[in-house]
Design a protein around this ligand. Structure first.
Ligand code: PEP
Ligand code: MN
Length: 351
């Protein structure tokens, strides 16, 4: 079975003692058998691009020796976030070979290009983890992958960390997962391992396990999870970091799926897939029928000088659907997204 990549460690390196403490406790609580199905990497952010300038922005180069020491103690390679060429140069010089692009950096093509073009001695020795941009712009995410590829890097992985939708989000998590974007990334890059950053998606320690489990069940290639020796006192992302003990417990609970058997099709699965295809045929026939009715409503409204958009009517329709969804175990937020697209297409058909 191919191993899952597991990037774990504190959100940020804060001081030498904290880094020593977290690596020692990880070593103590993680028995070899738990790690059997994972390829672990130790993370700690040294440069932290934060939304607010008053937030803790990382210790910078000062933390490089702490990171190297923790990585050596655990025998896990070290990873850190780089956002500027100087970050990459100093971390590379300190022996670090795993780097991630944060969501805010992936969102900036010039920064990605500057990093991709920064000369390092051996690009083949480097592994890049490209986080999705803050907005659900799949092309921007893929653009970062392409820029690193074009610069000669071949060790490329991606990280799904969810999206900032501000007021538009209906999710219970810190970041809207929008799994559909991650699924689209996998469709476009079947050979680029895709990890799920369960911590930044969840935003609360209690919800990290469910996101991690969903990712593994879905067949993602690994996880990024923030682990801090004393989460309550963490200088960044205090709410979402797990203690080493809770992290170990989570790993015990996760049962990686054997992806080598992906694609093997039993008669039962084939029959279920056949049923899905038939249901989709019916569903699309119904959508087409609905659009045709919309066109006729549009004609009627035109003849009678009625504006196309009837917000009160849509609101009532939407509320009814969301209630129905909830009753039937469907995420009302997802039901709203589906209804919004159908309604938008309907309005456009009418105008
Ligand atoms: C992080 O991994 O600590 C981080 C800042 O993540 P993101 O870029 O996903 O916000
Ligand atoms: Mn963080």
């Amino acid at each position: 079975m191919s191993k899952k990549i597991l990037i774990a460690g504190p959100c940020a390196a804060e001081n030498a003692a904290q880094m020593r403490d977290v690596s020692r406790r990880l070593k103590d609580v993680l028995q070899a058998d738990v790690l059997q199905s994972f390829e672990p990497v130790f993370r700690a952010g040294l440069w932290k691009p934060r939304s607010q300038p008053s937030s803790f922005q990382g210790v910078g180069v000062e933390g490089l020796p702490w990171l190297s020491e923790a990585s050596a103690a655990l025998l896990w390679p070290a990873a850190t976030e780089v956002a500027q060429p100087e970050h990459l140069l100093s971390a590379y010089k300190a022996g670090i070979r795993h780097f991630w692009l944060g969501a805010r950096t992936t969102s900036n093509p010039f920064m990605v290009e500057a990093l991709a073009d920064t000369p390092v001695a051996d690009k083949q020795d480097v592994v890049w983890y490209i986080k999705n941009p803050t907005s659900p712009d799949i092309d921007l995410w893929c653009g970062a992958v392409e820029r690193l590829k074009r610069a000669g890097y071949s060790g490329l992985c991606a990280i799904h960390r969810g999206f900032a939708l501000g007021e538009h989000t209906t999710t219970i998590y810190r970041n809207a997962p929008l799994w559909s974007v991650a699924i689209e990334f996998k469709r476009r890059y079947p050979d680029v391992p895709l990890l799920t950053d369960a911590s930044h998606i969840a935003g609360q320690a209690e919800r990290v396990p469910e996101v991690a489990e969903q990712a593994i069940r879905m067949g993602m290639d690994g996880l990024m999870i923030e682990v801090h020796s004393n989460p309550a006192q963490a200088l960044s992302d205090a709410r979402q970091q797990l203690t080493p003990e809770d992290f170990a417990q989570l790993l015990h609970r996760l049962t990686p799926i054997d992806s080598s058997s992906a694609g093997t099709e039993s008669a039962e699965l084939a029959s279920l897939r056949q049923q899905i295809d038939e249901t989709d045929d019916e569903l699309w026939a119904l959508i087409s029928k609905r659009m045709d009715i919309s066109r006729r409503i549009g004609e009627y409204k035109r003849e009678h000088d009625i504006p196309v958009l009837q917000s009160a009517r849509y609101d009532e329709l939407l509320q009814r659907r969301m209630l129905w969804a909830e009753k039937h175990g469907i995420d009302p937020g997802a039901a709203k997204q589906i209804m919004d697209i159908i309604h938008e297409q309907s309005v456009l058909r009418q105008v």
